[in-house]
Design a protein around this ligand. Structure first.
Ligand SMILES: Nc1nc2c(ncn2[C@@H]2O[C@H](COP(=O)(O)OP(=O)(O)OP(=O)(O)O)[C@@H](O)[C@H]2O)c(=O)[nH]1
Ligand SMILES: [Mg+2]
Length: 458
C-alpha cells in the first residue's frame, strides 16, 4: 500500500466531543508523539516509561501551567494506529483543550484529518477496511441493534469469512495460472470439482450477505413510516400514543394537522421515523391545508412503509379495498390500521377479510403494542435473523453485487468447460471484487473518500 503525503507527520486531535464535559481526551499519534508530550510534562521522563502505562502530573508550557492531566502511553506497534500513541486526559473545558492542542501543534505536530487515526490503523494492518468502516458506524450508532452490528463488523464480521474464501480462491487461481504454462500438455492442476465446490460456497455466502443489506440498512438508517389517512382518522392521536407524549395537536376539527410532523421512535432496537401528515381528502378549499395534503402524498411515496389509519365507523369494506388496490398498484408497502374501536363494539367485523388489519384505539392506547410488533415485523421482513452477519455499508453492497456477477461467470465457465486462460480471467475478476471489500485492493481516492466520513479524532 502506497503511503500518502503527510504520512510521517505526528498528528493530534481532540478524541472526545467538543464542548464542556468532565474530562476531554487529546490524542497524538506518530514518531514525535511521546517526545512532544514529554517536553510539556516535567514530572517524569516519558521516554523511559513502559508502554501501556498511566502518568499523572502537570502539563506545562515552560513555566505556564496548562492543566493537571493523566497521560497514557502506547508504544508502537501495540497501539490503535500501530504508531506511538499518547492520550492526554485533561479537564473538560473547551478553552483548556484548545490551549493544549495549540501548544502541541507549536511543538511540531499537525491537526489530524477526519478519520486519520483509523486510516493509519488500516494502513499499518491493524484493521481491515470493513473493520475500519465499522468504527465509523459504531460512532454513529444510535440504537442497540446498530451498535451490535457495528461491533460485530469491527471484530471481523463478514470480512473474516470472505478473507478465508479469498485465500482458497487465490490457491486455485495460482494452480490455473500454472496450467497456462503447460498449455501444450493439456494438464489440470486445479481440481475442477473442488473449485466448483468453493465457488458454490462463495455464491451462497455472497447471496446471503446481499440479502442482509436490506435489514442492514434498516438497522443503520431506520425505517420511514408515514401515517396516512382521512382527516380526523386519529393520526395525530396515534403519533402521540406511539411516542407516549403529547407531541402533535389533536382536535375534532378535520384538517388540524397542516404540515408534517416527524418524530423518532425506537422499538426493539430499530429506529422508526414516524411522520404524521395532513389528512388526505380530495376537496379542500383551504389553501394551506391543500399544501399540507400535497406534502402527505410526497411523504407517502418517499416512506419505506405507510401506516394507513382509518376510523372504523367511517370506513366500509369496499372503500378500504379501493385503498388497498391503490397501494398495491403503486407498489407501496403498507399496514392497515382501524382506529376508534372503543366507539363501535362490533362494526369493524365487516373488515374481517383484511386479514392483517390491526384494530386499535389510539385514544385509549388499546392494542398499540400489537401495532408496534407489526412495525418491527414489517421492518425486518419477518424472516431475517438479526444475530446473523449483516451488511450495512453501501460500498460493500456495491462490491458484493459485482462479486456476485463475477462468481456467476466463473460458475458458467466451469460448467461449459471453458479454457484455462478464460477461466483464470474470470477468477481474477472475482478476486478483485473480493479484495475490494476487505481492502486488500483499494486505490488512494477510495481510501480518502472512506476515511473522510469519519469525525476528527478517530
Ligand atoms: N373515540 C376515539 N376518538 C379518537 C381516537 N383517536 C382519535 N380520536 C379523536 O378523533 C379526533 C381527531 O383526532 P386527530 O388525532 O386530531 O386526527 P387526525 O387524523 O390527526 O386529523 P387531521 O390532523 O385533521 O388530519 C379527536 O377528537 C380525537 O380525540 C380513538 O381511538 N377513539
Ligand atoms: Mg392530525
Amino acid at each position: 500500500m502506497a503511503k500518502q503525503m503527510g504520512w510521517n507527520d505526528t498528528i493530534v486531535a481532540l478524541a472526545t466531543p467538543q464542548g464542556v464535559g468532565a474530562i476531554g481526551v487529546i490524542r497524538l499519534s506518530g514518531q514525535l508523539a511521546i517526545t512532544i508530550v514529554n517536553d510539556l510534562f516535567p514530572a517524569k521522563n516519558l521516554l523511559h516509561q513502559a508502554s501501556h502505562t498511566l502518568h499523572v502530573g502537570l502539563l506545562k508550557n515552560g513555566t505556564e501551567v496548562l492543566d493537571e492531566v493523566v497521560v497514557a502511553l502506547y508504544k508502537n506497534p501495540k497501539s490503535y494506529t500501530g504508531e506511538d500513541v499518547v492520550e492526554i486526559s485533561c479537564h473538560g473545558s473547551s478553552f483548556i483543550q484548545e490551549i493544549i492542542i495549540q501548544t502541541i501543534v507549536a511543538k511540531g505536530c499537525r491537526i489530524a484529518k477526519a478519520g486519520e487515526f483509523t486510516q493509519r490503523a488500516f494502513l499499518n494492518g491493524k484493521l481491515d477496511l470493513t473493520q475500519a468502516e465499522a468504527v465509523a458506524d459504531l460512532i454513529a450508532s444510535n440504537t442497540e441493534a446498530s451498535r451490535n452490528t457495528a461491533i460485530k463488523n469491527i471484530r471481523g464480521g463478514f470480512s473474516n469469512a470472505l478473507s478465508a474464501l479469498r485465500e482458497e480462491l487465490i490457491k486455485f487461481s495460482a494452480l490455473i495460472e500454472l496450467e497456462l504454462d503447460f498449455s501444450q500438455e493439456d494438464v489440470e492442476f486445479a481440481d475442477r470439482t473442488q473449485l466448483n465446490h468453493l465457488i458454490g460456497h462463495l455464491f451462497t455466502t455472497t447471496q446471503t450477505l446481499l440479502q442482509s443489506f436490506k435489514l442492514g440498512n434498516v438497522i443503520k438508517n431506520g425505517v420511514q413510516v408515514a401515517i396516512i389517512g382521512k382527516p380526523n382518522a386519529g393520526k395525530s392521536t396515534l403519533l402521540n400514543a406511539l411516542l407516549n407524549e403529547n407531541r402533535a395537536i389533536v382536535s375534532d376539527i378535520a384538517g388540524t394537522t397542516r404540515d408534517t410532523i416527524e418524530e423518532v421512535l425506537n422499538i426493539e432496537g430499530i429506529l422508526f421515523r414516524l411522520i404524521d401528515t395532513a389528512g388526505i381528502r380530495t376537496h379542500t378549499t383551504d389553501f394551506i391545508e391543500s399544501i399540507g395534503v400535497e406534502r402527505s402524498y410526497e411523504k407517502m411515496k418517499a416512506a419505506d412503509l405507510v401506516l394507513y389509519l382509518f376510523d372504523v365507523q367511517e370506513m366500509n369494506a369496499i372503500t378500504l379495498q379501493d385503498v388497498v388496490n391503490d397501494f398495491e398498484q403503486q407498489g407501496i408497502r403498507f399496514l392497515l390500521v382501524g382506529n376508534k374501536v372503543d366507539t363501535a363494539a362490533s362494526s369493524f367485523e365487516q373488515f374481517s377479510t383484511f386479514t392483517n388489519c390491526i384494530f386499535i384505539s389510539a385514544k385509549d392506547q388499546y392494542n398499540i403494542h400489537l401495532l408496534k410488533e407489526a412495525l418491527v415485523q414489517a421492518a425486518v421482513d419477518g424472516s431475517i435473523d438479526t444475530e446473523a452477519t449483516i451488511v450495512t455499508n453501501a460500498r460493500h453492497y456495491d462490491a458484493l453485487q459485482k462479486l456476485f456477477v463475477a462468481i456467476q461467470d466463473v460458475q458458467d465457465g466451469l460448467s461449459n468447460h471453458i479454457q484455462s486462460d478464460l477461466l483464470a480471467l474470470d477468477i481474477r475478476q472475482a478476486l478483485h471484487y473480493l479484495g475490494e471489500i476487505t481492502g486488500e485492493i483499494t486505490n488512494e481516492d477510495q481510501l480518502d473518500f472512506i476515511f473522510s466520513k469519519f469525525c476528527i479524532g478517530k
